[in-house]
Design a protein around this ligand. Structure first.
Ligand code: NI
Length: 402
């Protein structure tokens, strides 16, 4: 591996930084202490800092030379509402809040890279270090964009990175095309007529209609979509309560999530759900209302940018450690909003075995400190390559995945 020596030497400092962040997790749009720490660290390195985008977002601007080229490197800062079960010294000091997705590590790696680049300045152009709030569920990236991220900062291309438990330390994964799915959600309310459970003919049972709906909705993926389009429709709640053994309830509620990699598939699923809800409602004589909400869009890497990232990673860790054969994930990621605005690429960095609960969003998860100099080195080499003094162009494209 050809890591940046200075970052390897700085590993204890990066670890201390990461542990400090881990011990002080903050939830969406409340990352005040984290944002203070990020801003202070950037400013101490001589990087110009802009604050307040999406409340707690921080953008560091490092310009060197005369080239108009500009790239954005993004890290997420927020934690999750999980009660940490780890017992190590850097465990969360806040009940019910935890860095269970490694955003502490992402923040530390980008800070390490920013400090290094501010000192070395071996590039020509502008690097924007984007520290975003609220990646988990509420779309801090979207809010930063709505508040003018790309108007205020003329970024040509954006890059993201997420740790990946189960992928060995020292390996990365790059996808040309879709890498993470959309995360749509829906609520369905069935309104029938309550009745005595012994006289069902006097009522309209929303429970039986709901059960039929659960079954019928599963036919969308298998019967409506092209078999080569991946999608998931999961019902995650079914609530119907007559209040007693002998009461048919008035209403039932379902909710769930839809995952897919293409907007056309989202449209197809939504239309099919409307159709099935209306049909099941008519068949059972109950009123069925569907509220379908678009969540994070699919994260789709640009093939050219993916090839560039791949080339940088191959130099960093060797071609055998850059996986291009991994399937995309049905998880979702709000970096998708940035990828909709600008070409870019989101890579996975191996976090080591996903054992002993060290999986994303698990109360036993912890970011792997061995990875810190590796990820920071990637950001540095990517910047040096993309904003290189000679040429930023890397030839070749990856085949499409997904
Ligand atoms: Ni995450």
């Amino acid at each position: 591996m050809k890591l940046v020596d200075a970052l390897l030497a700085h590993q204890p400092r990066l670890v201390a930084l990461r542990h400090d962040l881990h011990a002080h997790p903050e939830l969406a749009f409340e990352e005040r202490r984290t944002a203070d720490l990020v801003a202070r660290t950037l400013e101490a390195a001589g990087i110009k800092v802009h604050r307040g985008l999406a409340k707690t977002g921080v953008v560091g601007v490092l310009k060197h030379g005369s080239s108009p080229r500009a790239i954005g490197l993004r890290a997420d800062m927020d934690a999750l509402p999980i009660h940490e079960q780890n017992l190590f010294p850097h465990r969360s000091k806040h009940e019910g809040r935890m860095h269970a997705c490694g955003h502490d590590g992402h923040t530390a790696m980008l800070l390490g890279a920013a400090e290094y680049l501010a000192a070395s300045r071996d590039f020509d152009g502008t690097v924007y270090f984007i520290f975003q709030p609220a990646e988990e569920t509420v779309g801090g990236a979207r809010v930063m964009i709505e508040e003018g991220l790309f108007e205020r900062f003329p970024i040509d291309a954006v890059y993201g990175m997420h740790n990946w438990p189960g992928l060995p330390v020292g390996q990365f994964a790059v996808h040309a095309g879709p890498v993470m799915a959309c995360s749509d959600q829906f609520d369905i309310v069935l309104r029938g007529h309550g009745a005595h459970a012994a006289f069902p003919h006097q009522g309209r049972d929303p429970t039986v209609a709901g059960a039929a709906l659960v079954q019928a909705l599963q036919s969308i993926v298998s019967r409506t979509l092209d078999p080569l389009d991946a999608a998931v429709l999961s019902i995650t709640r079914f609530h119907a309560d007559g209040g007693a053994y002998n009461v048919i309830p008035e209403r039932a509620e379902l909710c769930g999530t839809v995952r897919a990699f293409r907007p056309e598939v989202q449209d197809q699923v939504e239309a099919a759900m409307e159709r099935i809800c209306a049909g099941i409602g008519a068949a059972h004589g109950v009123q069925v209302n569907l509220a379908y909400q678009r969540g994070y869009p699919p994260s789709v890497n640009d093939a050219v940018e993916a090839a560039r990232c791949r080339a940088v990673l191959e130099e960093l860790v060797g071609a055998e450690n850059v996986r291009t054969d991994l399937r995309p994930s049905m998880g979702a990621e709000d970096f998708a909003y940035m990828l909709r605005e600008r070409p870019g690429c989101y890579v996975w960095i191996g976090n080591g075995p996903g054992e002993g609960g060290c999986m994303l969003h698990n109360p036993h998860y912890d970011f792997n400190d061995e990875v810190l100099p590796l990820g920071a080195s990637y950001w540095v080499r990517l910047t040096e390559r993309l904003l290189g003094r000679e040429s930023a162009v890397v030839d070749g494209e990856l085949p499409e995945t997904g």
